[in-house]
Design a protein around this ligand. Structure first.
Ligand code: ZN
Ligand code: ZN
Length: 428
């Protein structure tokens, strides 16, 4: 039996890979324009990094990590997300000492989680994310949200809305936790098993449980926003003003919470309209306590991550994926073994001149070579048989207009440069 790929993985085939490349190019360009630089961290790290950086109470660490012992006896894990590795690099490579502050980074690459297989969920998936380290002002939060927003705008997605909340800080959260537990205690029986376990350690997470019974039981639960301290409150208000100034629509969602201690203040998601529903396409927030948690200096930080599979799926639903324009412009059609030699030489000269050109690699007939050219929307065919070979010419056929003429073999590169230059101007 032929070997098959693993459950939860996918082959991104050439046609789809083009869309990935286009989306990735827009993302990289937008990041650069915003002054964000790429960081590439290893695919695997010590397991402890994720236990501390993602949090040992999270589903990711408890249930979903690809963890293994290597030959040296170390416990290693395939990265399930990007933030912990970026923070480790920030500390280890002393990016906090760089002249340029804050440190504005982005990453893009494969992540691994052992999730239950279901539509649209992959065990190897791809994330793009951004982290800004060393800045605590609301304007940083606004810029990070604006970056995600601008990327979606350039990709062509519509129907977007930012959902915003503040999860406070350790000061204001303590009081809210107490009020929340008082509220939940008499309702414990109505909560799902997961939420009952969350009650002691992590009651905030109960607010974002998706189970209908939990949602009902927590409908009137005290919102963290009612308990924010002065600092957290003014941060949240200023951020809202800044988003409004940038024309980014947002709504406050008190159920948008983060369960771990190192999350502070801003939490956000960007929602996208799809058939009959709204779903999150980007999640992020401030994590001022994380760098310290993994052994670095106290560092305010904020970031977001988005799954590229989700982004591509949304673009597909909204019919915003368009085929690429940079297909081969010309094809060298050769008939017979003798012609193949000069044909190949012509192809090399044209490619050196920067003209996208292809040639038949299967020794097919004239008819099927021209058919293939048509299928690939190639503009010009340069036809070379024994007769043309002997007379030092080539037949140049415009496949769109159907016109053809003979051109000296010495003239072919110059002529193609001219025609390709004109074609490019027309396309633009
Ligand atoms: Zn606070
Ligand atoms: Zn629940």
């Amino acid at each position: 039996m032929p070997i098959q790929r693993l459950k939860g993985t996918q082959d991104i085939l050439p046609e789809t890979a083009e869309y990935w490349q286009d989306a990735e190019a827009i993302i990289r360009k937008t990041c650069r324009e915003f002054g964000y630089e790429e960081i590439r961290t290893p695919i695997f790290e010590l397991t402890e990094l994720f236990v501390r950086g993602v949090g040992e109470t999270t589903d990711i660490v408890n249930k979903e990590m690809y963890t293994f012992t290597d030959k040296g006896g170390n416990s290693l894990t395939l990265r399930p997300e990007g933030t912990a590795s970026v923070c480790r690099a920030y500390v280890e490579d002393k990016l906090y000492g760089q002249v340029q502050q804050p440190v504005k980074l982005y990453y893009m690459g494969a992540m691994f989680r052992h999730e239950k297989p279901q539509a649209g969920r992959f065990r190897q998936f791809h994330q793009f994310g951004v982290e800004v380290l060393g800045a605590d002002k609301p304007v940083v939060d606004a810029e990070v949200i604006h970056l995600a927003w601008e990327i979606y705008r350039r990709l062509g997605l519509t129907g977007l809305e930012v959902h915003l909340n503040s999860v406070g800080c350790p000061h204001c959260r303590a009081l809210h936790k107490q009020k929340l537990q008082e509220f939940l205690a008499p309702r414990l029986g109505a909560l799902c098993k997961d939420c009952q376990e969350r009650f002691e350690r992590n009651p905030l997470r109960i607010l974002d449980c998706k189970q209908p019974s939990c949602r009902e039981a927590t409908a009137d639960a005290p919102a963290i926003t009612e308990y924010l301290c002065e600092d957290c409150r003014s941060h949240a208000e200023r951020l809202q003003e800044l988003l409004a100034a940038a024309g980014i629509p947002y709504s406050i969602n008190p159920r948008l919470v983060r369960g771990l201690d190192y999350y502070r203040k801003t939490a956000f998601e960007i929602m996208v309209e799809e058939i009959g529903a709204q779903s999150a396409i980007c999640g992020g927030g401030r994590y001022d306590g994380l760098v310290e948690e993994i052994g670095g200096p106290p560092t305010p930080a904020i970031g977001f991550a988005m799954g590229l599979e989700r982004v591509l799926a949304a673009l597909r639903v909204q019919e915003k994926l368009s085929p690429r324009a940079d297909r081969p412009f010309a094809v060298v059609v050769t008939l017979g073994e003798r012609a193949t030699g000069l044909g190949f030489q012509t192809v090399s000269r044209l490619r050196q001149a920067g003209i996208p050109v292809s040639m038949d690699l299967l020794g097919r007939s004239l008819k099927s070579q021209l058919k293939a050219a048509d299928r690939n929307q190639i503009r010009v065919a340069l036809i070379l048989g024994d007769e043309e070979l002997d007379r030092g010419v080539m037949v140049v056929r415009d496949l769109i207009l159907g016109e053809q003429s003979e051109v000296s073999q010495d003239e072919i590169v110059r002529l193609m440069e001219e025609q390709y230059g004109k074609y490019q101007k027309d396309v633009r």
